[in-house]
Design a protein around this ligand. Structure first.
Ligand SMILES: [Zn+2]
Length: 299
């Protein structure tokens, strides 16, 4: 599932491509029935909070998109492509789609771990985007959007402080690994960041929230902000420090981008212990039992 870095990145790109102008919108698949409500209206701005996108077409017309596990955007320059697959939504700039395509750049982006930004269309040259497989794509009223914001925890990429997150974690007996996945605790942190943030903090994922010191939570929050911002440059999430990678120089290899995420059974870069995995909060959690030792090891 895309995490906050990618959602904020889409918001920036789509704002650069479409905001301030009338935007054409349709829903070829037939499942997005509200297209007419926003089609041809001026897009005021694109908002991102946690894993949610909000395309503001004026009061009570906010296009809400949550990509969920499967959802993804394709973007390109030049004319619209022929409709293919379960195309939930298309958004385009009527003037830009009349211009010829930039050579070789109308395409689906690679998946996060391989994609280093090579060959992406410059945001201002994006003429259209296509959306497939989202968990939600619907038009929200202002009240619905505000209700969503109220429900979500602070977002490290929106400059929010950690106070609300700290308060929730410190009064919970749930494992910190589960709490970090809870969008009402911290918005935008997903499965990769929770595993990597806990590793970088050398914190055992099974530690109950109320046993994690405030100081530690503050430093995790600060780390989250930096790592997630770095992950907005392209779709790639790199959490390892150069000094910890087997190959310290040159391009970061895919298998050396993370300390623990999807590294189960392999040796920890720092201590050599085999990385473990277990389902927690509905997703596979990964951790190093030595670097992240704790008394609650495998409850
Ligand atoms: Zn280790």
């Amino acid at each position: 599932m895309p995490e906050g870095n990618e959602i904020h990145r889409w918001a920036e790109r789509h704002a650069a491509a479409f905001a301030g102008r009338p935007v054409k919108v349709d829903g070829p698949q037939g499942r997005f029935t509200d297209a007419a409500v926003i089609d041809g209206r001026k897009l005021v701005r694109v908002m991102a909070v946690g894993k949610h996108l909000g395309y503001d077409f004026g009061k009570d017309r906010i296009l809400h998109v949550h990509l969920g596990l499967q959802g993804d955007f394709t973007e390109g320059s030049g004319p619209l492509l022929e409709v293919r697959g379960a195309l939930r939504l298309r958004m385009w700039n009527a003037a830009a789609v009349k211009r010829p395509a930039e050579p070789g750049v109308s395409k689906r982006h690679g998946w996060y771990s391989e994609d280093d930004g090579t060959g992406h269309v410059a945001p201002k040259k994006v003429a259209w985007v296509e959306l497939r497989g989202p968990m939600d794509c619907s038009v929200y009223t202002q009240a619905m959007w505000e209700k969503l914001l109220k429900r979500l925890g602070p977002d490290p990429l929106n400059g929010d402080g950690p106070e609300k997150m700290i308060a929730k974690v410190r009064k919970s007996k749930k494992a910190i690994g589960a709490l970090l996945m809870d969008q009402t605790v911290a918005a935008g942190v997903g499965n990769i960041y929770r595993a990597e943030l806990l590793y970088r903090a050398r914190l055992n994922p099974f530690t109950p929230g109320n046993e994690v010191e405030e100081k530690r939570l503050r430093s995790i929050w600060k780390d989250a902000g930096g790592l997630m911002k770095a992950g907005m440059v392209d779709r790639r999430i790199v959490t390892t420090r150069a000094s910890d990678r087997p190959h310290r120089r040159g391009k970061v290899l895919k298998e050396e981008a993370h300390y623990v995420y999807r590294r189960q059974g392999r040796e920890c870069f720092v201590c050599g212990t085999k990385i473990l995995t277990k389902v927690m909060a509905g997703r596979n959690l990964f951790w190093c039992p030595t670097c992240q030792a704790g008394k609650k090891q495998e409850e």
